[in-house]
Design a protein around this ligand. Structure first.
Ligand SMILES: CC(=O)N[C@H]1[C@@H](OP(=O)(O)OP(=O)(O)OC[C@H]2O[C@@H](n3ccc(=O)[nH]c3=O)[C@H](O)[C@@H]2O)O[C@H](CO)[C@@H](O)[C@@H]1O
Ligand SMILES: C=C(OP(=O)(O)O)C(=O)O
Length: 440
């Protein structure tokens, strides 16, 4: 056995308590924001995941001194000596994560130049960066495409801009925020993403001295300031990790208290969880999710930008839907190719049909996006163990859930991808009473 695989004996409910950590989709960006400060920043509740380590490596290459605090998950980031990194060293980070694109604005402000390696992240669609590059050009950046990344300069500095995003992209909104805060003059961003992690990033930037106001209808105003200081901040909890463990509790007919989760950011997920037939109790220190017995019910879900049902939640939930009585439909409107993970579930006995051009009937005639896909899940179908390979982060977690739900033994390989976004998931499985063999 290698440390990249796990053998799971399924069919046992998950029961117990685990804690979620800070969000991958905030902590990594907060680390980049530290580059903008004149003084060191302290970030708490940082998850021990590989995406965080990738960003730490890139920051270190640019001269940021990173030290760990006494408490688990506390990081101090000192940007006093930011410097240009060697392109060859940066190249080593190519394909590792999506976060490097957010270094553009901060490095242009600090150094007047930036080299960004080719991006990684989950392969769930084309994931272009045109909105990022258009916004940066609006601020005054000059961008050159190189064989292994992009190089940027700003010979005349960066100036506030009027930007309207064609779609409320999370990354492009963060790009604009991280660039506008130190740009000269005002920036108006329209059609911005307003995910809770973006609001948390805005809180961090405000602590640093930025002036940012969130207006109705996805408009954000930023008044550039000449300098920013460091921040002290506790990262918002990871909504995706929380929803994943909740889905695991439901699919395995279990009962899991997920500590550190707050209701407000989970509202849309909680509604769906209840409609499917799961139950939950909100406490001050977390949310308990359980399967109350009886049949699960089918649902129709459309993934969307916040406050809609997040695309990252659909993959874990699909496993629970294989156990619902009747036909569920998921319309995926955020990414054009996010159902690849269902092949493994079908191999395990699920009845799932993917419609690559979307599904259009009397209830849904109009496509919201050109590339929509849909999956129809008909249940309940018993799942049986199989050898399966993790395709991407959330798909990988859904494979773990499927193996935990299935009767018999499954071997899940390529586990490393799951460490990109789930801290200590093996230990958490142990805490919840899962039956498995894993050798680190
Ligand atoms: C590290 C991180 O925070 N990842 C999250 C972030 O990804 P990420 O920030 O990459 O996702 P975006 O919100 O930018 O992407 C949404 C849509 O916009 C399109 N698009 C985006 C940028 C661009 O320049 N051009 C373009 O066409 C994408 O192809 C996609 O169809 O938000 C997604 C949507 O909530 C989540 O699934 C990811 O977990
Ligand atoms: C798609 C995801 O992440 P990334 O943008 O880092 O690939 C995710 O977290 O599910």
């Amino acid at each position: 056995m290698t440390s990249d695989e796990i053998i799971i004996n399924g069919g046992r409910p998950l029961r117990g308590r685990i804690e979620v950590r800070g969000a991958k989709n905030l902590a990594t960006k907060a680390m980049v924001a530290a580059l903008l400060g004149k003084t060191p920043s302290v970030l708490r509740n940082v998850p021990n995941i590989s995406d965080v380590r990738v960003v730490a490596g890139l920051l270190a290459l640019h001269g940021v001194l990173i030290t760990r605090g006494e408490q688990a998950g506390e990081w101090r980031l000192d940007p006093s000596n930011v410097e240009v990194a060697h392109q060859a060293d940066i190249d080593a980070h190519a394909g590792s994560s999506r976060i490097p694109i957010l270094f553009c604005g901060p490095l242009l402000h600090r150094l007047g130049e930036a080299f960004i390696p080719d991006l990684g992240g989950c392969r769930i669609g084309d994931r272009p960066i045109d909105f990022h590059l258009d916004a940066l050009r609006n601020f005054g950046a000059i961008i050159e495409k190189l064989p292994s990344g992009i190089s940027l300069t700003a010979p005349n500095g960066l100036r506030g801009a009027n930007i309207e995003l064609p779609y409320p992209s999370v990354g492009a909104t963060e790009q604009v925020l991280l660039t506008a805060v130190l740009a000269e003059g005002q920036t108006e961003l329209r059609n911005a993403a307003i995910e809770p992690e973006i609001v948390d990033l805005i809180c961090i930037l405000q602590k640093m001295g930025a002036i940012i106001s969130m207006e109705p209808n996805r408009v954000i105003f930023i008044e550039g300031v000449p300098e920013l200081r460091g921040y002290d901040h506790r990262a918002i909890f990871d909504r995706n990790e929380a929803a994943s463990w909740a889905a695991a509790a439901l699919a395995t007919k279990g009962d899991v208290f997920v500590g550190g989760v707050e209701q407000e950011e989970m509202m849309t997920f909680l509604n769906v969880f209840r409609k499917v037939g799961g139950d939950f109790d909100v406490h001050d220190d977390g949310i308990r999710f359980w399967h109350p017995g009886g049949a699960l019910k089918p649902v129709t879900i459309e993934t969307d930008v916040h406050p809609g049902f997040m695309t990252d939640w659909q993959q874990p939930l699909v496993v629970a839907l294989t156990q619902a009585e009747g036909q569920s439909t998921i319309h995926e409107t955020v990414y054009e190719n996010r159902f690849g993970f269902t092949d493994a579930l079908v191999k395990m006995g699920a009845d799932i049909v993917v419609y690559k051009d979307g599904l259009h009937d009397e209830t849904r005639r109009v496509k919201r996006r050109e590339f929509e896909q849909a999956a129809v899940i008909t249940g309940p179908t018993p799942l049986h163990g199989a050898d399966i390979e993790v395709p991407d982060l959330r798909g990988g977690f859904s494979h773990l859930i499927a193996a935990l739900t299935a009767e018999g033994q499954s071997k899940v390989t390529n586990l490393g991808i799951i460490s990109r976004g789930y801290e200590n998931f093996i230990e958490k499985l142990r805490l919840l009473g899962a039956d498995f063999v894993y050798e680190s």
